[in-house]
Design a protein around this ligand. Structure first.
Ligand code: FAD
Ligand code: FES
Length: 265
């Protein structure tokens, strides 16, 4: 959990909005308060419209930080995200952040980071890759999608792509590709896996990591209202860290990044 003093609520103006495909947009705004405190894995909670619809804010991973600029990558799935993806440069947003915990890039000791993502789960990976490179780690991306239209690689290096229909890269899931090429990925040293994506992918990844005794953290999703521990809208049941029993957590407070050993499927 982060100290509350680093969380700010900011009126920002979109400086650029770029369509990256049929339903994904990259949205940039200047926000020094969030940029200076953000860590990879953190998210922001955005009031997209000054009007009552949608009433609640919507959560988005921090995709990139560059100086004072913050970028998010949003996929249109409903009323809020359609409105956000359609908002042009000059539109105003109210952005609360940075929120939640972050990926752990210093423990346990590792040389190679495998960033495994599915669909819009790619969103937190650019900021994570930059931070891992700055820490001297080798980084590979394993990126999965149903088809090539679901795959985003903008700004990323060392991308290995899997599509379920074979329209780009390896034919199969991201976890099939990870399994097949693991000897190659692990050739340069000890591995830690970082992930974000749909639950079936995380389930397969958790099983793979358990079999190989690999450390792995994943960013999870839930419906969120406030993002700051007030509404209790984001409860998720997880195994206890001790391994026995389960607990219910608020994902906006103890997450969104969780050790995959704690996942219940
Ligand atoms: C910590 C966190 C980080 C996220 N980061 C990103 C990101 O970087 N980019 C991105 O595009 N999306 C991200 N999401 C998901 C995003 O917040 C939802 O897609 C968005 O809130 C949907 O709002 P809407 O008004 O468009 O959809 P609604 O009209 O509210 O709902 C449309 C459909 O989407 C489903 N839905 C709503 N919220 C979520 C959710 N949180 N997870 C899964 N399904 C949902 C609803 O059940 C419904 O079926 C993140 C979610 C969390 C919790
Ligand atoms: S989103 Fe409100 S308590 Fe987590």
């Amino acid at each position: 959990m982060r100290p509350d003093s680093t969380i700010t609520d900011n009126a920002v103006t979109i400086t650029a909005s770029r369509c990256l495909g049929q339903d994904v947009s990259l949205i940039a705004f200047r926000c020094p308060e969030i940029a200076r405190n953000a860590k990879p894995g953190n998210f922001v909670n955005i009031k997209i419209s000054p009007h009552s619809q949608p009433l609640l804010r919507r959560p988005f991973s921090i995709h990139n930080v560059d100086g004072d600029m913050v970028e998010i990558m949003a996929k249109s799935v409903g009323c809020g995200t359609i409105l956000l993806c359609g908002s042009p440069a000059g539109a105003e947003l109210q952005v609360l952040g940075p929120l939640g915990n972050a990926f752990t890039i210093d423990t346990p000791r590792f040389e190679t980071a495998l960033l495994v993502s599915g669909g819009i789960g790619i969103a937190p990976m650019r900021f994570l890759e930059k931070t891992l490179h700055a820490a001297g780690k080798k980084v590979y991306h394993v990126i999965g999608g149903k088809t090539k239209q679901d795959v985003q690689t903008r700004g990323l290096t060392n991308c290995h792509i899997a599509t379920e229909d074979g329209s780009e890269g390896y034919r199969g899931t991201a976890i099939d590709l990870l399994r097949d090429k693991f000897d190659f990925f692990s050739g340069s040293g000890t591995v830690k896996i970082f992930s974000c994506g749909p639950n079936p992918m995380l389930k397969a990844l958790a099983a793979f990591c358990e079999k190989k005794s690999l450390p792995c953290e994943a960013s999870l999703e839930s419906i969120m209202g406030c993002g700051i521990g007030i509404c209790y809208g984001c409860t998720v049941e997880l195994k206890n860290i001790s391994g026995s029993g389960t607990s219910t957590i608020l994902l906006c407070q103890e997450g969104p990044v969780i050790d995959v050993k704690r996942l219940l499927f």
